[in-house]
Ligand binder design. Sequence first.
Ligand code: ADP
Ligand code: MG
Length: 463
Amino acid sequence: MNNQNNQKGTGANATVRPRPVSNGVEPKRTFSRNSGGHGGAFKHSSRPAGHTSGASSHSSSHSRHSSAFSSHRPSRAGGGSFHRGGGAPKRGGRRGTHIDISKFINKTVITEEAVVFTPEFLFKDFNIQEKLKQNIIAKGYNEPTPIQDRIIPHILHGRDVVGIANTGTGKTAAFLVPLINKILLDPKEKVIIVAPTRELAQQIDQELKEFVAGFRIFSVCVVGGAPIGRQISSLRYQYNFVIGTPGRIKDLIERKCLNLSQFKSVVLDEADRMLDMGFINDMRYMMALMPKERHTLFFSATFSPEISALVKDFLKDPIMISVKKQDTAAGIEQDVVRLKPGEDKIEVLHNLLIQPDFKKVLIFGRTKHGVEKLSVALSKRGFKAGSIHGDKNQGQRQRALDLFKKGLSQVLVATDVAARGLDIEGVSHVINFDIPDSYDDYVHRIGRTGRAGKKGKALTFVG
Ligand code: ADP
Ligand code: MG
């Protein structure tokens, strides 16, 4: 990253140039975008065979709209092509692909009229325990999102599933609700949920705790960077859910503190990430230790054909439910910031951040070093900025995230460690200070804004 420290002036004294009116805005052109295919090993289905859930008397109409909360039909604009910089493949064989700049532009969302999504089921229709329904209502969920609407009945029926839905559309509850119900029916059941980052595992654990408030259902969150001793003692007590990251889970298995043969259900959240090069060996290791007869659930907003091919190794007769109609979540307005020759990137960023609507801004950089450098540079310029990346200890990561969540810092600079799954309320902008490694990474990064039916903006620095 070349966020060069042209730190002339700090804080209020910083040199501020007015933002050029046409800054980075590509002329609009129409193009057609491929919808990102899902390859093979699944049956696509919309309702469980012999559907007999509590909703069986409900409407049989099945003209599903997509995209949670509301759905839009954005038109696209753009042009030109861009070749990402090189670097050794980090994972997944997805690097080195071309990302067309036009894919970073999608400006017409806000003016589109929303199509209201009408779920087929209401939470009260699901064949789940009454007290769980009450907790769902208490959490403020009035009706299921499309992925919840479509997939929960299948999970309640015990089917292996692959659930694909845009970022911020309620995939967490889509797997938590039916699995909590399973445990209410049999308190001896154990479920393991695996996520790619510590913060995401902790977030899922937090959401679970809200759903099971007042029940005798217990969870242990096992992530790296936190004291293992405390996790080991928690695992000596009764629990139903283990939620964690692969490295720490493996460590606990090797120390004989976790016995996966006792777990009959497994969820891979951000499943495509869990099955790519970085984690695939850990996943094979874990799955091999689980019972052959198990309930396996995969969820993500993206699923590349390469990764889909792996699915048949782990799931039995799976159903794939995809409620995606477009690559990115419906409410995210996307644009590029084109740097002119000789223009200082950090100065351009500065000029964006001083604009009043840039209230809660998540900035992605490529390397840990670059992210840290940018965060320090922004702080010197007087911005309240924190950072999250792999070189920080867990306490520092957590603090930076908490300050940002609470709105006490305006800016969080992060590597892709913050790209997956994090649900931070009210992120006004995602800025790709560095181009992401792949289009899928882009989709996840910008998915930190425009969540739960809200609007958001994503800007990508190019040129
Ligand atoms: P995803 O995993 O699809 O990115 P999350 O599960 O993190 O999305 O959910 C995004 C946000 O939407 C969260 O704040 C969550 O509490 C909220 N949410 C999920 N389901 C519902 C629902 N049925 N009604 C209202 N809000 C919901
Ligand atoms: Mg999620």
